[in-house]
Design a protein around this ligand. Structure first.
Ligand code: BG6
Length: 509
């Protein structure tokens, strides 16, 4: 059953946000995939919503030999054709510039400084600069060091300078700490925006609103009423053209310390005292610190790793991971992870959080399931169907965004039979919102200086503290039989066993 729509949707949800103030966005890695697939389309969406400042410009920096026009064509190729015409397009396209340069070279930053002075002059960007590091991670510290040396990161005379760092943020706890030290030796923490694109997803942000703007769920959100929590993040894609990168990283590092930790923290955090960025991030950090790190002898019992073999996804055959371009033929890198985590605090003691995330699974689907406990007394236990009935709240993150609450109801008829009914709210139907890239809100928030949806240094380090002990044991104990799941399945059997040992099952998707 669908929740009835409120009377006047348009009035109720009409946007009230104001455009950001004057600024220039500098994208290091300007000719890369992220820029053309996500950042430029997101900026264009912001411009259509009149959320970009009138005084605005983009400067792409990369080593590629591109003309001004060539760069514009390259980075706007993912905009729809009708978007590339008319006044909005003219306004937008005039503000896109290219600076060729090597990130390691001092000269690049001198040229960039001159370019930005001209941009300030021509577009009134007010010497406020947002530097987006959409590069390979090995350049992060180096670019920031150069920004410091050249004076480009210095905030003075009332203008601001901010730096967005893409993932992966380190490859273990030690390297994440070292990167934090390098960044903080040049920048103040409030100039650093560590991005996680999961926080740009509507339903992920909605977790906060859902939990803390409704009075009916929060009283149930604890060990008294919740049996366990499941987080599933399933992808149908394999490693695509990123085999060379992914084979050195694996699903644990690629997904868990960042995206999965964000989902856990928003699901499990305590109510913040306000919606101010530090109040929210303090609570997120606290709950991440409360996740119990595994002792080495607990790792193999509570974690599962998998690697896909060949199989079929829909009508298409899919190759084994080891046959993907850039992947070693005897690779031991995991493409699937399942974990049983415990959060050692008052609210969650004894309530497992089961996580699974993997590539080449049966469907693209990300959700959080809150599985409630059985009623204290089961008065319908002798009726048909009663076994299936425990309440579930499913927060669907992708591909469809929405919420679903299932509960038991009497099936009409002259005998008592219990059935399960769903009350659901699909975002797309309810809000009639167009799908976005997810980067719109993140870019806008950086421009207005709101770090709520970005990771603080301590949050990143807390995520790695959970993952590091698992990686240590996995490194020491080789996986016994890789590949251990077929492309197009729901992962290795051991992931089902992880829950079956506790008398539980993954929700059927
Ligand atoms: C990225 C990972 O951060 O997230 C990719 O590096 C993964 O391996 C992607 O495919 C998943 O993002 P989304 O938004 O498609 O769930």
């Amino acid at each position: 059953m669908a929740i009835a729509a409120v009377a006047n949707l348009e009035e109720e949800f009409s946007p009230t946000d104001k455009p950001a103030g004057p600024c220039a966005l500098v994208i290091f890695g300007g000719a890369g995939d992220l820029t053309k697939r996500k950042l430029l389309p997101a900026l264009y969406n912001l411009s259509k919503e009149h959320l970009l400042p009138e005084n605005f410009a983009v400067v792409g920096v990369s080593v590629d030999d591109l003309s001004q026009d060539g760069f514009l064509q390259h980075v706007t190729q993912f905009l729809d054709d009708p978007d590339r015409a008319g006044d909005r397009w003219d306004w937008f396209s005039q503000r896109i510039q290219y600076e060729r340069g090597d990130f390691a070279n001092d000269n690049t930053y001198q040229c960039l400084q001159q370019r930005l002075a001209a941009v300030d002059e021509n577009f009134g960007t007010g010497s406020n600069y947002l530097f987006y590091l959409a590069t390979a991670p090995k350049f992060f510290a180096e670019i920031v060091e150069h920004l410091g040396k050249s004076g480009l990161s210095r905030e003075e005379n009332g203008h601001w300078r901010r730096v967005i760092i893409e993932k992966p943020f380190g490859h273990d706890l030690e390297s994440a700490k070292s990167l934090n030290r390098d960044l903080q030796s040049v920048l103040n923490e409030d100039q650093i925006y560590r991005i996680d694109h999961y926080l740009g997803k509507e339903t992920v942000q909605n977790l906060l609103v859902f939990r803390f703007s409704n009075s009916i769920f929060e009283p149930l959100w604890n060990d008294r009423y919740i049996d366990h929590v499941q987080i599933t993040n399933a992808e149908t894609v394999g490693v695509e053209r990123r085999g060379g990168y992914f084979d050195n990283v694996g699903t644990m590092r690629d997904m868990v310390p960042n995206h999965i930790m964000q989902l856990i923290s928003l699901t499990a955090m305590e109510p913040p005292a306000s919606f101010k960025s530090e109040a929210v991030r303090d609570e997120q950090a606290k709950v991440l610190h409360a996740i119990k790190p595994f002792h080495s002898d607990e790792v193999l019992m509570n974690t599962v790793r998998g690697q896909y073999g060949e199989g079929r996804i829909g009508d298409n055959s899919a190759p084994a991971y080891r046959s993907e371009p850039g992947v070693a033929p005897d690779s031991r890198t995991e493409t699937f992870v399942a974990l049983k985590l415990a959060i050692d605090n008052w609210r969650w003691a004894g309530i497992p959080f089961y996580i699974r995330t993997g590539k080449r699974l049966a469907e693209r689907h990300t959700e959080i399931t809150i599985q409630f406990k059985k009623t204290p007394l089961q008065i319908f236990q002798d009726t048909v169907g009663h076994k299936l009935r425990t309440n579930q709240l499913v927060i669907q993150i992708q591909p469809e965004e929405g919420m679903m609450l299932s509960f038991g109801a009497k099936i009409p008829g002259s005998t008592v039979r219990v059935g399960s009914v769903n009350m659901s709210c699909e975002y797309a139907k309810y809000f009639k919102a167009e799908p976005k890239t997810g980067y719109e809100i993140l870019l806008y928030d950086c421009m207005i200086g709101d770090p709520t949806l970005f990771q603080r240094a301590d949050m990143v380090e807390a995520g790695w503290s959970v993952v590091d002990p698992v990686l240590d044991v996995w490194r020491a104990v080789s996986p016994r039989k890789f590949p251990n799941y077929g492309a197009g399945s729901w992962g290795p059997k051991e992931a089902d066993d992880l829950l079956a040992r506790d008398g539980r099952k993954w929700r059927t998707i």
